[in-house]
Design a binder for this molecule. Structure first.
Ligand SMILES: [Zn+2]
Length: 506
């Protein structure tokens, strides 16, 4: 008997509508852009969604994996018109070249925005569904920060959102999506989905799942799954820097019957609405945040998290205000990184290890959030910037920082990297000879994902709202496309009894 052919693809981007630069094909090439068999080499053995797809499908001898296209770029500006359409075309051509497919696994983000396309994932899914026809099952994985529209469940009920933030269950959701697809294909099991969009757009600073309101919601979701009431429940916080009509929070449940799925979705949506105020946090600015770190007396390092410039929230990774304050105070035992500055790395390379070099650090990509810092630094080490994640987040994945330099200015150690990357894994520092656990103060370009690997190494995190593209204060942004009636900008009524709330924005 011929094997069942299951396609796997990955199309992933979180797009910030308010940063000036567009995301281009180069950004996808820098992060992860693979075709056909290259996909197996890049993702086999990684704790990613695609790693999960591969493991489940490989273990089933009635299935043949058909790797199609993987394209992922680090969160950044809106995807350029040319890039989006090129990648969409490549994905559609790969489907055409694959011939007959019996199923498709698709890892998506859910908060991509392209020039002239406000809901690319929906558009892509609609084209794929039209191409495959109505009967071929499709299962997707989605980021917890997806801005979903209700149309997503018209193309398939099988969507699996991450349940952890830091997202350390990407692999698990990939496994779940693949198993559900196989149940459909091999055992004939079917499911229904229910979706509820909430009129709210919470900031993401307090969405971590270890505690707080998202912990409450994920616990409720898992409880319903464990009791067997439903097959899966996803809670989406949304991504508030995408200016799109479908911005904001939603819940999506999958069950054997529509009634069960709807009942569970309503329960989750009601709880989400009830806890929404807990997502709001007021954060200190740079000077106050640094002073808070200085009064800590713990053995392990204190992290000053420069969340507004977190590259995984679309920060450029080159803003300077936190670094400027750490240098001004010449803080003993301090490390800052990774600052996105390929020009300075090149200067360090020309100057050589062990030399002193005049540098103009950062502030080149987004000077509106802080000008460059002129200083003299010693070059301690240089590298090509390639390392493998050792922590639970994207474990074993190869990361290419496009060069790195370890420099010292006064008492401050600084890691320069060749592109914007969150310091989510200690290997970013260790690969060049820096041990982050050995410092008192770590100034990091991060938000929440780094905690998966760093929490055992540190004593405390102080979140700082410095100037930057990913500020926690959403009133900085001039939205044009989000719904007019959306919390926290407006006081909104939300009732769950009406049918209309099953189907879109309220
Ligand atoms: Zn996310």
């Amino acid at each position: 008997m011929a094997k069942l052919k299951v396609g796997i693809a990955f199309f992933y981007h979180e797009s910030h509508s308010f940063v000036s630069g567009k995301t281009t094909l180069k950004d996808f090439r820098d992060e992860g852009y693979f075709k056909g068999q290259e996909i197996m080499e890049a993702y086999l053995g990684t704790k990613t969604e695609v790693g999960g797809f591969i493991d489940v499908l490989s273990a089933e001898n009635r299935v043949e994996i058909v790797p199609l296209l993987c394209a992922a770029a680090i969160p950044s500006g809106v995807v350029s018109f040319e890039t989006y359409h090129l990648l969409e075309q490549e994905l559609m051509s790969s489907l055409l070249d694959a011939g007959r497919l019996d199923g498709l696994l698709l890892a998506l983000h859910g908060s991509m925005v392209a020039e002239n396309v406000l809901d690319p994932e929906r558009e892509l899914l609609s084209k794929i569904r039209a191409f495959l026809g109505p009967d071929i099952p499709i299962a997707t994985t989605l980021d917890m920060h997806a801005n979903l529209s209700s149309e997503m469940i018209e193309y398939t009920p099988y969507h699996f959102g991450f349940k952890t933030y830091p997202h350390i269950d990407m692999y698990d959701q990939g496994v779940k999506a693949a198993r559900t697809l196989l149940q459909h294909l091999l055992e004939g099991k079917r499911a229904e989905a229910a979706f509820i969009k909430l009129p709210m757009m919470p900031p993401s600073i307090n969405m971590k799942t270890a505690e707080g309101p998202m912990h409450t919601l994920v616990t409720l979701a898992k409880g319903m799954e464990n009791k067997g009431e439903i097959m899966n429940a996803s809670v989406f916080g949304g991504f508030p820097y995408s200016d799109v009509p479908m911005a904001g929070a939603s819940v999506l449940t999958i069950a054997r019957t529509k009634e069960e799925a709807e009942k569970a979705a309503k329960r989750l949506a009601k709880k989400f609405w009830d806890v929404k105020e807990e997502f709001i946090q007021k954060l200190p600015g740079v000077k106050d945040g640094v002073q808070l770190a200085l009064i800590e007396k713990a053995e392990k390092p204190v992290v000053l998290a420069d969340i507004s410039d977190n590259p995984l929230s679309c920060g450029s990774g080159d803003t300077t205000e936190l670094l400027r304050e750490i240098i001004r105070l010449n803080l003993k035992g301090s490390l800052f990184g990774g600052l996105n500055d390929p020009e300075s790395i090149e200067k360090c390379r020309k100057s050589g290890i062990g030399t002193e070099v005049e540098l103009t650090l950062g502030g080149k990509i987004s000077p509106e959030f802080g000008l460059p810092i002129k200083l003299t630094a010693r070059v301690n080490a240089l590298s090509d910037g390639v390392f493998y994640n050792s922590g639970p987040f994207n474990q074993n994945l190869r990361v290419d920082a496009k060069g790195a330099a370890y420099i010292t200015a006064g008492n401050v150690d600084i890691l320069l990297i060749g592109r914007g990357l969150s310091a989510n894994d200690p290997e970013m520092f260790r690969h060049i000879g820096i041990e982050p656990a050995a410092y008192h103060i770590l100034g990091l370009k991060v938000k929440n994902h780094f905690r998966a690997a760093f929490d055992p190494l540190i004593s405390k995190v102080i979140y700082i709202d410095a100037p930057g593209a990913a500020s926690n204060d959403l009133t900085h942004f001039k939205y044009k496309n989000i719904p007019h009636q959306i919390w926290p900008f407006k006081t909104v009524q939300f009732e769950l009894s009406g049918e209309d709330r099953q189907n879109g924005n309220s």
